[in-house]
Write a protein that binds this ligand. Structure first.
Ligand SMILES: CC(=O)N[C@H]1[C@@H](OP(=O)(O)OP(=O)(O)OC[C@H]2O[C@@H](n3ccc(=O)[nH]c3=O)[C@H](O)[C@@H]2O)O[C@H](CO)[C@@H](O)[C@@H]1O
Ligand SMILES: C=C(OP(=O)(O)O)C(=O)O
Length: 417
């Protein structure tokens, strides 16, 4: 179990490059088995979740090479359709293999996915959508058996715009007979990235990025080479770290159009933001101001995956801020650890009231989930004294060598055992 040791107080200054998005590369890796050949992916982040996905693909029969940030997937010999429980439980994204295996092998057998403890995360909308495509699904003793011999295009109206359900239905519909229309689809940029990847293999999908996605079934796909879009959540995390330390950072390979809700709130705190085609520069010279309202919402609303990092910044703001979490029902757990560092936070259900304090104090804290852990690292960078963030493996799920990146711009952070 690794830990981060952070001596707070250093102003972050310099340039950081963001690599490909975790939430793109994971469904895209699953999607690569739709092609009975080879896919080459560029700018893949070296993350714990990416290694977990590779382990599942290898179990299914893929041959994988991970060199630098390129992944080559040879999926000629995918015969197996069963994923053992221990592999399913490693992360939430293991569920993408359900749609992918239905497309590839017309069957799938798996247990429920694992993932960070941030609230109730059912898969009912995934199963409802797949059933609408004609997949026969049986659930027994914690296992889900899918049989998709007669997958047929259909119109599916999602009860809520679930990112994962939208992607899983897309994956299952690529080789279905006829046309599938997903209405009230999620609009996250990573869904558009999955569409673009699948189309680069010969799929016929349009509309991703809007709330209606149309998938025309095709018979066969072909080899492709594809570059993953930049990780907007990693970019946002770096920007919050700069705001926390009253620093100055240029974040490259970052797309401002994917980060508007965060940039607008950082401007409200008093930070200056400058943007170009593929970079975002943040300049913060004074203590941040409080913001009266942040509400997490599906894209293009404020992302739930940046809520903890922003709360860390607001914990040292001048004034009182209110943050409402509408996506997950238990995503404020990390605030208990921030309170150990002196933060003035009261949580009532889905609302957090943050009374800014001038300085946080270093403390021993525990990362309970990925983004909550990132928030604790940010807090540690700004705090007086030493912070130890335990259970760093949660953070490794979504950040490639976070300590090296932060150290390169002046953060005093090391990994210890
Ligand atoms: C790998 C990936 O891309 N993960 C992201 C994805 O997760 P994920 O795809 O799991 O998130 P969803 O959009 O599906 O979940 C949103 C909400 O819908 C609910 N729900 C979801 C599915 C379902 O079948 N039934 C149901 O009720 C969930 O409990 C949650 O309250 O989107 C989340 C919301 O932006 C992000 O925080 C995650 O980082
Ligand atoms: C919740 C997250 O991811 P996942 O859906 O992979 O658990 C996240 O990236 O913050």
């Amino acid at each position: 179990m690794g830990k981060f040791k952070i001596n707070g107080g250093n102003r972050l200054y310099g340039e950081l490059r963001v690599s490909g998005a975790k939430n793109s590369v994971l469904p895209i890796l699953a999607a690569s088995i739709l092609n009975e050949g080879t896919c080459v992916l560029h700018d893949c982040p070296r993350l714990k979740d990416v290694y977990s996905m590779i382990e599942i693909l290898e179990h299914l029969g893929c041959k994988i090479t991970f060199k630098g940030n390129d992944i080559i997937i040879d999926a000629k010999d995918v015969k197996d359709s069963e994923i053992p429980d221990n592999l399913m439980r490693t992360m939430r994204s293991s569920i993408f293999l359900m749609g992918a295996l239905i497309s590839r092998n017309r069957s799938a057998l798996m247990s429920f996915p694992g993932g960070c403890d941030i609230g109730h995360r059912p898969i009912d909308l995934h199963l409802k959508g797949l059933r609408k495509l004609g997949v026969k699904i049986e659930e027994s003793y914690g296992y889900i058996r899918c049989e998709g011999a007669k997958v047929k295009g259909s119109e599916i109206h999602l009860d809520l715009p679930s990112v994962g359900a939208t992607e899983n239905i897309m994956l299952a519909a690529v080789k279905a007979e006829g046309v599938t229309i997903i209405r009230n689809a999620a609009k996250e940029p990573e869904i558009e990235d999955l569409q673009n990847f699948l189309n680069s293999m010969g799929a016929k999908i349009s509309g991703a990025g809007t709330n209606t996605i149309v998938i025309e079934g095709v018979k066969k796909l072909h080899d492709t080479e594809y570059t993953i879009i930049p990780d907007r959540i990693v970019a946002g995390t770096y920007l919050c770290a700069a705001a926390m330390t009253q620093g100055e950072l240029t974040v490259t390979n970052a797309l401002k159009e994917h980060l508007e809700p965060l940039l607008s709130k950082l401007r409200e705190t008093g930070c200056e933001i400058f943007t170009g085609n593929d970079y975002i520069k943040i300049v913060c010279n004074k203590r941040p101001k409080a913001v009266d309202m942040i509400v997490t919402l599906p894209y293009p609303g404020f992302p739930t995956d940046l809520q903890p990092q922003m709360v860390a910044v607001l914990s040292i703001a001048n004034g009182t801020s209110i943050v409402t979490e509408t996506i997950f029902d238990n995503r404020f757990k990390y605030t208990e650890e921030l309170i150990r560092m002196g933060a003035g936070i009261k949580v009532d259900g889905r609302v957090a009231v943050i009374r800014g304090t001038e300085k946080l104090m270093g403390a021993k804290v525990v990362a309970r989930d990925l983004r909550g852990g990132a928030a604790l690292v940010i807090a540690g960078l700004g705090a007086q004294g030493t912070t130890i963030v335990e259970e760093a493996e949660h953070i490794d799920r979504g950040y490639e060598a976070l300590e090296a990146a932060l150290m390169s711009v002046g953060g005093d952070i090391v990994r210890i055992v």
